[in-house]
Design a protein around this ligand. Structure first.
Ligand SMILES: [Zn+2]
Ligand SMILES: [Zn+2]
Length: 560
């Protein structure tokens, strides 16, 4: 497949906008990131999908390029409204793999070993799927590629998700699902201007660029009454406007997708305001901008390998609503940290973050599996906080529960105590009735485990977060893997750092009337603590110090 010649693009960044149709099509499925004229990486974000028709307009002039730059260009009058549809839409052919392991992109021996190992364990089909991206940064290359080990392929996503859940239980490993494109989707993209009757037909792809006016910023490309969040529980219609280019292509299901191509920096300006309180102190906003930039690049090439774009605009990737009202404080934080990323000896740091760690953050590998990440070991969230675990690995219950209970009881000196305390996320209590817990566990198990008389974490992370929980009831025992899975099951507990008490005098071995959960923190607790970053910024610490606290051993570099 024709990958973009990145070297050429770097030599002449403007070439990113002077691609032929074939190059543009290849770029849609490529994990080579290209750059704009300012030297900022361009990312493609799907803004709507599965559409029969999408309307496109602009206050300014638009150039429609049905054949890429080497083909016909149509310069549309300002205010023209195009209705775009697909004819002869043909869905993609995708195989969905259950991902059971990851290997470095250059570890060929490891790849061969994995293939052999999974075959021997009774999985005849093993595929090594490359995910991640190669990003050329003035002389150096940022390579986030990994090989994902896929087994037991399925024809649709739901079947693969079901198989992934089964395998996670059987093998005791964390699994994921990844689609591999076998055949690209295609069709005729037809744009009609109702007023003039003018019609443009383009094979597979229609590119739309706003024309820069003599003075002032380029106008936005507007998608009136656009459906967002298709296929998610939260969806709706809204008028949306986008800076940068917009292209229309045929999605996996053979229907229309609209994608916004814009610089990573412009995308961050749209993303950061919904990630943190825009009123947070400047250094906390800057730390957030750097962490969000790292997450953005880490996701590029790993999320939508079978789609004609890199990222979606929903919570799956990052919520992005296009050009909305100006947010001067967060925009300033993004601009002040332009191109800044965190690196350690192994490359780009996976800058995960969550609302409040509760006083001790969790280790990345404990929460999500894989080898330990030195930059996310979990630590006490105080100045010069130790990297010692709160709960040493292997500590048995109820000793582990006693340690967590004592920590949750302690009044906070942590960076997140003040700001998190005001938001009621530093320490919290939730009560669930026995009936609520019984119903949730039975539904999850698909059998009767109730009445539950004991809830016992069987594995905890370094911060004491419950990573696997055993429910003991009249119908036997049932173990649920995963911190988030258990939080959800127990009625959306704020974090995995919790201890549970029986409420109502009943002898052990009998179900209590209620369960009371006492806990600390909000979110997964891995990486940066956002309330802690606010606490540190209020204490006068700069964004580089804040980041080095949450990602120990990392260094801040300006990549573009
Ligand atoms: Zn996504
Ligand atoms: Zn914290």
């Amino acid at each position: 497949m024709a990958a973009l010649a990145l070297g050429n693009l770097l030599a002449s960044p403007a070439a990113a906008f002077e691609m032929r149709r074939q190059d543009r099509l290849a770029a849609l499925y490529s994990n080579q990131v290209v750059f704009d004229r300012q030297g900022e990486p361009l990312v493609s974000v799907r803004v709507t999908e599965s559409q029969a028709a999408v309307d496109v307009t602009s206050a300014g002039r638009l150039t429609l390029m049905p054949g890429g730059d080497d083909g016909a260009r149509v310069s549309a009058k300002a205010g023209a409204r195009w209705t775009v549809t697909v004819e002869e839409g043909r869905p993609a052919e995708v195989r969905w793999w259950v991902i059971v392991d990851q290997i470095g992109a250059r570890d060929l021996a490891g790849a061969a070993r994995a293939r052999e190992q999974w075959r021997r364990r009774g999985h005849p089909e093993v595929e090594l799927i490359e995910a991640g991206a190669v990003i050329g940064l003035g002389g150096t290359t940022l390579d986030t590629r990994r090989r994902h080990v896929g087994i037991d392929p399925q024809a649709d996503r739901d079947a693969a998700e079901a198989r992934a859940a089964e395998l996670a239980g059987e093998l005791g490993v964390s699994t994921a699902v990844l689609g591999e494109l076998v055949r690209r989707p295609g069709g005729w993209i037809v744009a009609r201007d109702a007023r003039s009757g003018f019609e443009i037909r383009a094979k597979d792809l229609l590119w739309i660029t706003p024309e820069a006016p003599e003075k002032g910023p380029p106008p936005t490309v507007d998608l009136p009454d656009m459906e967002w969040g298709h296929g998610t529980p939260k969806r709706g219609r809204a008028d949306r406007s986008y800076h940068g280019d917009v292209y229309l292509a045929v999605g996996r299901d053979g229907k229309l997708v609209a994608v916004n191509l814009l610089s990573a920096e412009a995308l961050l300006e749209g993303v950061v305001p919904s990630e943190i309180f825009p009123s947070a102190p400047e250094a906390a906003l800057q730390a957030q901008a750097v962490a969000a930039r790292g997450q953005l690049l880490a996701k590029v090439g790993t999320r939508h390998r079978a789609d004609p774009y890199l990222l979606c605009a929903e919570t799956h990737c990052q919520v992005y609503k296009g050009q909305t009202r100006a947010r001067p404080r967060t925009d300033a934080a993004v601009r002040a940290t332009r191109g800044q990323l965190l690196f350690d000896a192994r490359g780009l740091v996976d800058t995960t973050y969550s609302s409040a760690c509760g006083g001790h953050s969790e280790a990345f590998h404990m929460m999500w599996g894989g080898p330990p990440k030195p930059s996310s070991p979990g630590r006490y969230d105080v100045a010069d906080g130790s990297l010692d675990p709160l709960v040493p690995p292997g500590t048995p219950e109820p000793e582990a529960a006693r340690i967590v209970a004592a920590f949750v009881e302690r009044p906070g000196q942590s960076w997140c105590a003040a700001s998190g305390g005001r938001s009621k996320v530093y320490r919290w209590t939730k009560t669930r009735t026995a009936a609520q817990v019984d119903a949730a566990v039975d539904a999850h198990a698909g059998r009767t485990v109730s009445p539950i008389h004991a809830i016992r974490p069987v594995r905890r992370g370094v911060s004491g977060r419950a990573l696997a929980v055993e429910y003991v009831g009249g119908g036997g025992r049932y173990v649920v893997e995963g911190s988030y899975e258990n939080r959800k099951l127990l009625g959306h507990l704020r974090s995995g750092m919790w201890v549970v008490e029986r409420v109502g005098a009943r002898p052990p071995g009998e179900a209590p009337a209620k369960w009371r959960f006492r806990g600390g923190g909000f979110g997964h607790g891995v990486g940066m603590c956002q309330h802690g970053a606010i606490g540190q910024a209020r204490a006068g610490r700069g964004h580089d110090l804040i980041l080095k606290h949450y990602y120990p051993g990392s260094r801040l570099e300006t990549a573009w």
